[in-house]
Design a protein. Structure first.
Length: 166
């Protein structure tokens, strides 16, 4: 098994795991709405847990989404291209957009996560969650995974080119 296969397998496993967190998020939001509108009770930590679960699902599912080729794409022109041109567009997009963007986010978010760990940052809101440093670290981890998956996708596109004897 190659490194690319291991990255693909890990990201697919992570995507499967976080997709199941959607059920927990839906249950949490449903309970929150019931308590808020029927019993007039709401807790800050519940609201913060909702957005942190959503962030976790979105961030950790992004590499999986890329591996499955289910990400948002503007298909106005792309769909009309030949498979060779599509592969070239994908390779250029990964090299010129995805990977630099991921590196920028990792560089920026790492400083925030590092500072959050140093200060053991928690919610500034009374009754909020005590561990913001975890979600800030997940931002870094998720974008590293996304960049690695981008490299895997480049290899897959290059394999397509090799298959066409170019």
């Amino acid at each position: 098994m190659t490194i690319a296969d291991k990255i693909n397998r890990f990201n697919k496993g992570m995507g499967t795991f976080v997709s199941r967190l959607n059920i927990a998020l839906i249950a949490l939001i449903t309970i929150d709405v019931i308590f808020r509108y029927i019993f007039h009770i709401t807790k800050t930590w519940v609201l913060e847990l909702e957005w942190q679960l959503f962030a976790l699902i979105f961030l950790m599912g992004s590499a999986f989404t890329l591996s499955e080729d289910k990400h948002v794409r503007v298909d106005i022109f792309y769909i009309k291209f030949s498979p060779r041109v599509q592969a070239l567009v994908n390779i250029l997009g990964y090299f010129m957009l995805l990977i630099p963007w991921c590196l920028l986010v990792v560089y920026t978010a790492f400083r925030y996560a590092y500072h959050a760990w140093q200060t053991m940052e928690g919610s500034p809101n009374p009754g909020g969650l005590p561990y913001y440093f975890i979600i800030k670290s997940i931002i870094v981890f998720a974008f590293v995974l996304l960049a690695m998956q981008g490299l895997v996708q480049i290899l897959l596109e290059l394999r397509k080119w090799k298959k066409w004897n170019i």
